[in-house]
Design a protein around this ligand. Structure first.
Ligand code: NDP
Ligand code: 2IT
Length: 451
């Protein structure tokens, strides 16, 4: 009997047993399995080939020591990882995260999710993720550079333009990609598209920086359109104040919406006047140039408040919610608060920001709810376009890339609708994304036989 012939609880119990102490990974697999079990119930070929069981077992998990010297001359030791989940439909592809909360469980969940997300984009990319428990906060630029160089001194042997192409994620932006790309080039003497999110002068793509946040709002627009509605005049509550949150806020404002909140790990700011473009530009400089904290916003702009102690913004009444910080930042209680306040749509900019309770509540309430693997795919999609440009040694124009991004997000929406529509006017985007992503990877795996 194949694993998928067993009941869902037995399948999940097996995942728990094989991955002890890895709650985030088990959570991500559970959320997908809840939908896939129904889809494959009458499809023997997927059972026989043990497809879900295989996708939930990474191709490999590489773990390594990263030593570096801090500014005082002390030796520091961190752990680095690259999780290569699946290359069934293309080279492993996915970001690198530098954050003290990084564990093998977190990176395994992210690589698993990435496999489905990348399939949804329609581009030939497999799923991977990596990173380190290194905390960039409070480190000098030289310390970050030495860490990145040491990290790449091990990582370089596991990656390649046609093998595995990392990019940024939490704590890894243009600066860190630059240090890592410089070290890769130095070690291998090769200038290839081995990383994405590069600077425009050295092989990067236009709109990659904006793509995740903009893409999430395009997805939101597509969802609202199914109800004859749009972003204009709506209030939006956002979490995070990094790359994704900043650009999601920018696109909401461009479309005539009003952004009320942003956050970081210390708490959230609430600006009842709305965080307009001037204020977003101020946040960009705060984060990218001064590397400051979001609490400083409340001191700068009259009328805005900061709520500390790690507080989250979900109690602020809104029409739209976009969690754009990190995993499990929106739980069942938060979901209930949003629903009670009349929130009509949630688009995840982060990966798995809503915990399983929250997902179940949003699904049951039948609101417009986009899982990150669908709504935040714009970033990796433009990374895929950066890979194409690097291979062809050309740079596409901004208008062309913008068109690709809007088309790709519309395509993902259509794929979710294909498998998630109930025929009565409601689309379960979680189910649609899980099944559409699964089917593409599964069919490629069937073609390869047992490998
Ligand atoms: P950044 O590092 O630019 O920003 C991260 C933001 O989230 C910061 O405001 C940070 O606050 C906050 N944050 C991080 N960890 C925590 C935590 N444990 N608790 C509360 N707040 C936290 O990262 P990105 O904007 O790039 O990434 C945000 C999310 O989007 C992540 O889930 C990432 O996986 C996802 N994503 C990113 C893509 C990209 O292209 N960059 C693509 C698709 C998804 P603080 O500074 O206090 O840590
Ligand atoms: O979660 C994600 O999709 C990312 N961090 C972007 C990955 C990428 O390869 O651009």
């Amino acid at each position: 009997m194949s694993a998928e012939h067993v009941d869902l609880p037995i399948f999940i119990a097996g995942v728990e047993k094989r991955n002890p102490g890895q709650p985030e990974f088990v959570q991500a697999v559970t959320e997908v399995a809840e939908d896939i079990f129904g889809f494959i119930a009458d499809k023997v070929k997927y059972h026989e080939a043990q497809i879900l069981r295989r996708i939930a077992e990474p191709d490999r998990v590489i773990s390594f020591r990263v030593c570096w010297e801090d500014d005082r001359g002390d030796i520091r030791v961190q752990r680095g990882w690259r999780v290569q989940n699946s290359n069934a439909i293309g080279p492993y592809k996915g970001g690198l995260r530098f954050h003290p909360s990084v564990t093998e469980s977190v990176l395994k969940f992210l690589a698993f999710e990435q496999t489905f997300k990348n399939a949804l984009t329609g581009l030939p990319m497999g799923g991977g993720k990596g990173g380190s428990n290194f905390n960039p906060k409070g480190k000098s630029a030289n310390e970050v550079m030495r860490f990145c160089q040491s990290f790449m001194t091990e990582l370089y042997r596991h990656i390649g333009a046609d093998v595995d192409v990392p990019a940024g994620d939490i704590g890894v932006g243009g600066r860190e990609i630059g240090y890592m790309f410089g070290q890769y080039k130095r070690i291998t003497n090769q200038v290839t598209g081995v990383l994405t999110g590069k600077g425009l002068e050295w092989g990067g793509s236009l709109i990659r920086t904006e793509a995740t946040g903009y893409g999430a709002v395009y997805f939101l627009q597509n969802m609202l359109k199914t109800k004859g509605d749009d972003v204009e005049g709506k209030t939006a509550v956002l979490s995070g104040s990094g790359n994704v949150a900043i650009h999601a806020a920018e696109k909401i404002v461009q479309l005539g919406g009003k952004v009320l909140t942003m956050s970081d790990s210390e708490g959230f700011i609430h600006d009842p006047d709305g965080i307009d473009q001037t204020r977003i530009d101020w946040i960009k400089a705060l984060k990218n140039d001064r590397r400051g904290r979001i609490s400083e916003y409340a001191a700068e702009f009259k009328g805005a408040t900061f709520t500390g102690g790690g507080a989250r913004p979900w109690g602020v009444p809104c029409d739209l919610a976009l969690p754009c910080a990190t995993q499990n930042e929106l739980d069942g209680g938060d979901a209930k608060a949003l629903l009670a306040n009349g929130c009509i749509a949630v688009a995840e900019g982060a990966n798995m920001p809503t915990n399983l309770d929250g997902v179940h509540l949003f699904k049951a309430a039948r609101i417009l709810f986009a899982p990150g693997k669908a709504s935040n795919a714009g970033g990796v999609a433009v990374s895929g376009l950066e890979m194409s440009q690097n291979s062809a040694r050309i740079s596409w124009k901004e208008a062309e890339l913008q068109q690709h991004l809007t088309d790709i997000m519309a395509g993902i929406h259509a794929r979710c609708a294909e498998y998630g529509a109930d025929g009565k006017g409601h689309i379960d985007y979680v189910k649609g994304a899980n099944i559409a992503g699964f089917k593409k990877v599964a069919d490629a795996m069937l073609a390869y036989g047992v490998v």
